[in-house]
Write a protein that binds this ligand. Structure first.
Ligand code: AHM
Ligand code: MG
Length: 344
C-alpha cells in the first residue's frame, strides 16, 4: 500500500471553507466573513501570547456597558475583531460585548451579514496566562422585524438592534477560538462541528477534528461553586447529589477555569455539564444570551448535546436586549436533562 504524505492530508480552514462554498452550503460572502474572523482570531492569539512582553496585561481604566472593568486586551481584541469584520466588506452590522450598542458598518464597505461576538472571553484569566477565547455568531438580516422599529433612538440604531436581536435558531454559523496550550478554532455552519488547530509552523488553522459528537453523559461538572450559598435550593440539591458518591461509588469531578470557551471546549470533548446559574445577586446569571449562550448552544446541538436556561432551549429564546443575560446549562444531553429535572 502506498503511504500518503502528510502534506496531502492537511486540510486548512481556508480550503475547508472553499469546499463548503463549492458545495453550496455557504455563499461566497459568508466564506469571506468566516475567514476574516479566523484572521482576527490569529491576531488575538498572538496578542494574548505576547501580552506580558508587550505590556498588554492589566486593566484599561474604563468600565464597559455591563459595569465590568475592561482589560487592555479586551479593548485591543475588540478593535482587531471589528477591523477584520469591517474590512471584509461583507458585514452590515456588528455587535460586541465591549460596545454599548450594535454598530452599522459604513455603507461603502458594508455587506449583509450580522456578526455578534465576544472578542476576548474569560479575560480575568489573561494576566495568569490561563485559557481565554473569542466567541462569535453570524445571522442574516431579519427584514421581517424591520416593520416593528419603534421611535426611540435613531432609525439606524433601531434597525441595528432589531436585526441583531434574533433567536439562536436563526444562526447561520457560530464558533469560538480557544487560546490555550493550542489555539483551536471550532466552527459550525449547521452541518456538524469542526475543529481546526493553529499550526505554528504554517501559521494556518488545520482541520484536526471532524463532526465532533459530545458524549451522551459525562462525570465532569463545571459550575461557579463559590456562589453555592446564593443558589436556590433545587440547584443546591442537584450539586449535592453530584457530589454524593452513592450509588456508583464515585462522585462527579469538578473542573472550572472561569473561561466559558475553555470550560465549554472540555465539556464538548469529554462530556459532562457546564453551568452558570442565576443566583440571589444575579437574577439572570452572568453570561450573555446573544454572543455567549446562543453560539455555544448552536455548537452543542450540532454535536448532539443540549443548551438550556434550566427550562427551555437556549436557541428558542428571543432576545429583547443586546446584552441580555441568561442562566446557562450546557453539555451532554443526559446531564442537561438531569439538571432540568431538578430545576423543574
Ligand atoms: P467575560 O466576558 O467578562 O470574560 O465574562 C464571562 C466569563 C466566562 O468566560 C466565564 O464562564 C465566566 O465569566 C466566569 O465567571 P466567574 O468569574 O463568576 O466564575
Ligand atoms: Mg464574555
Amino acid at each position: 500500500a502506498k503511504s500518503k504524505s502528510n502534506a496531502s492530508e492537511i486540510q486548512t480552514l481556508t480550503g475547508w471553507l472553499l469546499k463548503q462554498e463549492q458545495a453550496g452550503v455557504i455563499d461566497a460572502e459568508l466564506t469571506i466573513v468566516l475567514s476574516s474572523i479566523s484572521m482576527a482570531c490569529k491576531q488575538i492569539a498572538s496578542l494574548v501570547q505576547r501580552a506580558s512582553i508587550s505590556n498588554l496585561t492589566g486593566v484599561q481604566g474604563a468600565i464597559n456597558i455591563q459595569g465590568e472593568d475592561q482589560k487592555k486586551l479586551d479593548v485591543v481584541s475588540n478593535e482587531v475583531f471589528s477591523n477584520c469584520l469591517r474590512s471584509s466588506g461583507r458585514t452590515g452590522i456588528i455587535a460586541s460585548e465591549e460596545e454599548d450598542v450594535p454598530v452599522a458598518v459604513e455603507e461603502s464597505y458594508s455587506g449583509n451579514y450580522i456578526v455578534v461576538f465576544d472578542p476576548l472571553d474569560g479575560s480575568s484569566n489573561i494576566d495568569a496566562a490561563v485559557s481565554t477565547g473569542s466567541i462569535f455568531g453570524i445571522y442574516s438580516p431579519n427584514d421581517e422585524c424591520l416593520a416593528d422599529v419603534g421611535d426611540e433612538g435613531t432609525v439606524m440604531e433601531q434597525r441595528c438592534i432589531v436585526n441583531v436581536c434574533q433567536p439562536g435558531d436563526n444562526l447561520l454559523a457560530a464558533g469560538y477560538c480557544m487560546y490555550s496550550s493550542s489555539i483551536i478554532f471550532v466552527v459550525t455552519i449547521g452541518t456538524g462541528v469542526f475543529a481546526f488547530t493553529l499550526d505554528p509552523m504554517y501559521g494556518e488553522f488545520v482541520l484536526t477534528q471532524e463532526n465532533i459528537q459530545i458524549p451522551k453523559a459525562g462525570k465532569f461538572y463545571s459550575f461557579v461553586e463559590g456562589n453555592y450559598q446564593l443558589w436556590d435550593d433545587k440547584l443546591k440539591k442537584y450539586i449535592d447529589d453530584l457530589n454524593d458518591p452513592c450509588p456508583s461509588g464515585k462522585p462527579y469531578s469538578a473542573r472550572y477555569i472561569g473561561s466559558l470557551v475553555g470550560d465549554f471546549h472540555r465539556t464538548l470533548l469529554y462530556g459532562g455539564i457546564y453551568g452558570y446559574p442565576r443566583d440571589k445577586k444575579s437574577k439572570n446569571g452572568k453570561l450573555r444570551l446573544l454572543y455567549e449562550c446562543a453560539p455555544v448552544s448552536f455548537i452543542v446541538e450540532q454535536a448532539g448535546g443540549k443548551g438550556s436556561d434550566g427550562h427551555q432551549r437556549v436557541l428558542e429564546i428571543q432576545p429583547t436586549e443586546i446584552h441580555q443575560r441568561l442562566p446557562l446549562y450546557i453539555g451532554s444531553q443526559e446531564e442537561v436533562e438531569k439538571v432540568e429535572k431538578y430545576l423543574a
